[in-house]
Design a protein around this ligand. Sequence first.
Ligand code: B12
Ligand code: SF4
Length: 496
Amino acid sequence: MRVLLVHPSPLMYSEIYLRLEPLGLERVGAALRDAGHEVRLLDLQIFDRQDYLRELERFAPRAVGFSLNYLANVPEVLDLARETRRRRPACFVFAGGHSGSFIAAELLEHAAGALDCVVRGEGELIAPRLLEAIGDARLATLPGVVTAHGAGPTPLMLDNIDRHLPARDLTRRRHKYFIGILDPCASVEFTRGCPWDCSFCSAWTFYGRTYRQGSPAAAAEEVARVAEPNVFIVDDVAFIHPEHGFAIGRELERRGVRKQYYLETRCDVLLRNPEVFEYWQRLGLRYMFLGVEALDAEGLRQHRKRVTPSENLKALEVARRLGLTVAVNIIADPDWDEQRFAIVREWALSVPEIVHLTVSTPYPGTEIWHTESRRLTTVDYRLFDVQHAVLPTRLPLARFYQELVRTQAVLHRKHLGVAALRKTAAAAAGLALRGQTNFLRMLWRFGRVYNTERQYADHFRPVTYAMRPPPAPGASRPRPHDLYIHQAPTRSTSLP
Ligand code: B12
Ligand code: SF4
């Protein structure tokens, strides 16, 4: 069967700093190909709506599957699904992915028949079975599948994440994928899931707080096959178990693989296992992202980060000693006033790290979606991109954005301003000579993307699809299992 898989367009944040391959769709694509289907993938982070409509016409797929990892992409995907239904009424249209998994029934309601089903959870095992069941009443009985007529049992989880390794040849114009100066950059997954339970995050609820590791040999083979010189390791928390990191590294050394790497981890994991990060630094680790989230103990407690401010600061010292370029994230609360923004600006300028600021956003699937007592000020999915305020702001909204954009601009200038760029000028020139211009282009985009008026005006766009707000804002803390998409308790992993 001809199947077209589609990743929606980028959100604000990715318009500047990065663009990464749709790894989830490449994995689902691999599983479908293994089952004998003819698969194409279109990434709207790179291509546009016209390209999609052309592909629909020329490839004439029997089924189209949309990836909905991000809540902010919901209206775009619904519009595309409706357009697909209008142009090709017999086509089977489905959606899956992270955010889609938490709001399946709501999506089907909005789609008003344009979506045949929503798939909850991991797609590799269920996608081939889904296509087999097209036109059959069995569809609504498949694990994780939700249709207008009913929902199947709890979603399936991959027993072994080495199965269905990503079909990278499905993504076209791969030179467009990059993160900062790692241009071009591929993505790999060494582990899946996270054993922590931060209150603002849905990574753990999506995987039922499980944590799975791929085999070191398969992971290294996967990196060896990547054509790009740079690799983004997508694991939520890299090298929780240092022996796994060492084992992958040794396999890479044995194969003589040399790449530059970017990874994300937690401060306490870095403090506990500095040797594995030091080892990876020798293998080519260049960038590390640490989710600091808050500078004070109270903020960390609210996010349930299970780390202290002093551990965070110590971790930054360790990362500096390793000679890595470190980026950290701080969560801005809509309740912040001018002074709170000023404190963050001051701190950010006093440390050598790249500091990112995201706005606290309750997402379906997170604990704060239920416990946040402040009512949402918007039901526009597009604003749920951690760059807009969806809760009441203490400052007048326009003033809040002035402070936010001012702070973002200070942080941007610090690591991408003229002075900072002198250090990377040679590398940037080298990229330009090789025709890799993603990094260079991103330098000029800041003013167009982060813009007080634009962000403020975004709140007044007409809303076609109104999001379903949480049933009872400020409810007491739900039981973890009630948040999981796998309702039957999955075996949870204890904290390392
Ligand atoms: C890598 C990553 C990114 C990459 C995105 C790469 C890409 N093009 O997809 C980058 C760094 C760009 C990114 C950016 C952002 N991210 Co991000 N990201 C992740 C992360 C860590 C891993 C995703 C991944 O690749 N996993 C591995 C692959 C194999 O899994 P997968 O993509 O989920 O796909 C599987 C299933 O979802 C499903 N599936 C997926 N698509 C489809 C489609 C069909 C048809 C089917 C059947 C199944 C299916 O099957 C796949 C295989 O099992 C997740 C956390 C997580 N653990 O999921 C956060 C996460 C998805 N990101 C999040 C956020 C908030 C963001 C940002 C908005 C903000 C930010 N500062 O990070 C931006 C905006 C992105 C944008 N759209 O422009 C949130 C999502 C919030 C939400 N509910 O919308 C998450 C959950 C992190 C969190 N802490 O909560 N992100
Ligand atoms: S450690 Fe990271 S991935 Fe895990 S729950 Fe916390 S924020 Fe989410």
